[in-house]
Write a protein of this length. Structure first.
Lengths: 113, 242
């Protein structure tokens, strides 16, 4: 049972790592560098809303956010347990970390719908 | 002309005599072609014959002389005294293993883990003696060759923070060697029963120190991450086989 849960959690972690590595640098480049320095114009709110109109786009954004959150949750769980020697509290830490990721994903879906 | 010398600070632990390991300083000649192991041999031959340490080939093949040199896991035959300037050079047993005496550690746990992953070619439905030849293409050889360079020196275990925290962790070399056979086109096993376990690949948190420590440029961290994908797919899709 434990090993199956770990396999699913690792797939979410791994998927989140891939998504974060592919998407975050692009977003930072666009919204953190190119738009502030004026190379690109800021998109209007109406345009961004229109972009999110198709259900597939909204689903993809929720999936990307959820994967990134589960990636973070997995890493925080293991780092906290090993760095601070908290492995015996794993059931609690795991519930808190993955619960927060799940909560964040639900909030992301709520904001978009 | 007096010869240059360098100070070795060697961890000594003599059961029945020392309560805990103590560092004992020895002055040894500093020669450009001398490795730390040569310094230890000088101590044993000339200064104190009671010093105990493991060694065999002196050329980075046998994997016997792994020790902690100035805090890092190293093969002492391939670590030269001149790397440490004027010294001193601190030589301690491999971290993460119980010390038997001086620089000699207990490797039983590693040997048990190593044999548990079936580090040999597993064939099904054939009776020995196996007289058939199984030719491989260069690509099939490349798939596992890197992992076959492992000399079982255990530096990766000593470098692994997970192994130091949790001695039940199967560890880098055993998993990399399992992958050496998993990725061999002649092998018919995938060792999921041993590797897809909480104390096996799922114990690894990808710190990557095993790969940094490896003197043979095996990449155990990569082997483990690759098997995580195999194990995850095996767990999620129970019918999927390699």
């Amino acid at each position: 049972m434990r090993r199956r849960a770990e396999a699913y959690l690792w797939l979410l972690f791994s998927g989140g790592g891939v998504v974060a590595a592919l998407l975050l640098p692009v977003l930072v480049l666009l919204f953190g560098v190119l738009m502030p320095v004026g190379v690109l114009d800021w998109p209007s709110a109406a345009r961004l809303t229109a972009l999110l109109d198709p259900v597939a786009v909204r689903a993809a954004v929720v999936a990307a956010v959820a994967l990134c959150l589960f990636h973070a949750a997995h890493r925080i769980r293991h780092t906290a347990e090993e760095l601070f020697g908290l492995a015996r509290f794993d059931p609690v830490i795991a519930v808190v970390c993955y619960g927060a990721a799940l909560g964040g994903s639900v909030i992301a879906a709520g904001v978009l719908w | 002309m007096t010869e240059e010398s360098i100070r070795l600070e060697v961890a000594r632990y003599r059961p029945g005599q020392d309560e805990e390991p103590v560092l004992v300083p020895y002055e040894v000649p500093l020669r450009p072609d001398w490795a730390v192991l040569d310094g230890l041999a000088y101590v044993k031959d000339r200064l104190d014959g009671t010093l105990s340490f493991r060694w065999s080939c002196r050329m980075g093949i046998c994997g016997s002389c792994g020790m902690t040199v100035n805090g890092e896991p190293r093969l002492t035959c391939g670590t030269f005294l001149t790397e440490y300037g004027t010294g001193p050079v601190r030589v301690e047993p491999l971290k993460g293993f119980p010390v038997i005496r001086d620089l000699v550690v207990d490797i039983e746990d590693f040997l048990a883990k190593l044999s548990s992953v079936r580090p040999w070619l597993v064939r099904e439905g054939e009776e020995p003696p196996l007289t058939t030849e199984y030719a491989q293409t260069p690509a099939q050889l490349d798939a596992y060759k890197q992992y076959s360079m492992c000399v079982n020196c255990m530096l990766c275990y000593s470098a692994c923070p997970v192994y130091v925290l949790d001695p039940d962790f199967l560890g880098p070399a055993a998993i990399a060697l399992a992958q050496r056979y998993n990725l061999d086109s002649r092998d018919m096993d995938d060792r999921f029963d041993v590797l897809g376990h909480e104390d096996a690949v799922w114990g690894c948190t990808f710190v990557g120190e095993c790969t940094n420590a490896c003197p043979k440029h095996v990449d155990p961290a990569e082997a483990i991450q690759r098997y995580k994908l195999t194990a995850a797919l095996r767990s999620v899709l129970p019918w999927s086989r390699r």
